[in-house]
Design a protein around this ligand. Structure first.
Ligand SMILES: [Zn+2]
Length: 113
C-alpha cells in the first residue's frame, strides 16, 4: 500500500503551500494521477480520507483526474499512447518505449478558506 505514503506526501505539499501562503483549511483538492504512476486511485482516495481528520484536508472534496500515459517509441520516432509501463508500441509492437507522460502524481489545484 504505497498509496498511504503518497497520501502523506500530498499532505506535505499542502502543508508547504500553507507555510508560504497561510490559510485555514482546504475545501477542494484536485490531483492528477498519471496512468503510468503506479497509483491505485481507489486506494489513494481511501488513504487520503483516512488521513484527513484533524489535518488541513479535513472535510476537503478530493478530485483525482487520470492522465493518460504516453511514451516515445524509438522505432517509430513518435509519441504513442500506452496504458501500462509493460505495454508494447501500439504501432510497431516494439518494446523500445520511453515513458514521457502520465508518469507522476501531483496536486494541480486547491481551494482554501
Ligand atoms: Zn513503435
Amino acid at each position: 500500500m504505497h498509496e498511504v505514503s503518497l497520501a502523506g506526501g500530498i499532505l506535505q505539499v499542502v502543508e508547504q503551500t500553507r507555510a508560504r501562503d497561510p490559510f485555514e483549511r482546504v475545501t477542494h483538492l484536485r490531483l492528477q494521477a498519471g496512468a503510468l504512476a503506479g497509483v491505485e486511485l481507489s486506494a489513494l482516495r481511501f488513504a487520503l480520507e483516512s488521513l484527513a481528520p484533524g489535518t488541513l484536508l479535513d472535510g476537503a472534496l478530493i478530485d483525482i483526474d487520470e492522465q493518460p500515459g504516453t511514451a516515445w517509441c524509438m522505432l517509430c520516432s513518435r509519441s504513442v499512447p500506452i496504458f501500462t509501463r509493460l505495454d508494447l508500441c501500439p504501432l510497431c509492437e516494439g518494446a523500445q518505449l520511453q515513458p514521457t507522460g502520465g508518469t507522476d502524481l501531483k496536486v494541480v489545484d486547491m481551494r482554501v478558506v
